[in-house]
Design a protein around this ligand. Structure first.
Ligand SMILES: [Zn+2]
Length: 76
């Protein structure tokens, strides 16, 4: 009886692990999808002053030109 209970517990444990791994993968693929939907962050822009490449998210736009930092943009 005890062995049956242990076997049942093991089966439930395996099912739990499989389900947990599957849901984990689904979360990761969802994250990848959301990244693809927002490709803006992966676009690299060249700094107008020092020619350093920065992601569009981090770049500072001044007069329609991209800068890597406030220093290069001349913004205080
Ligand atoms: Zn710069």
């Amino acid at each position: 009886m005890l062995i049956k209970a242990l076997a049942l517990a093991a089966v439930f444990f395996v099912i739990y692990i499989m389900f947990f791994k599957k849901s984990n993968k689904e979360v990761q693929s969802n994250r990848k999808k959301s990244k693809k939907q927002a490709p803006k962050g992966d676009v690299m822009m060249e700094c107008e002053k020092c020619e350093t490449f920065v992601s569009e998210d981090e770049a500072i736009i001044k007069d329609g030109k991209f800068y890597c930092s406030k220093k290069c943009a001349g913004v205080k």
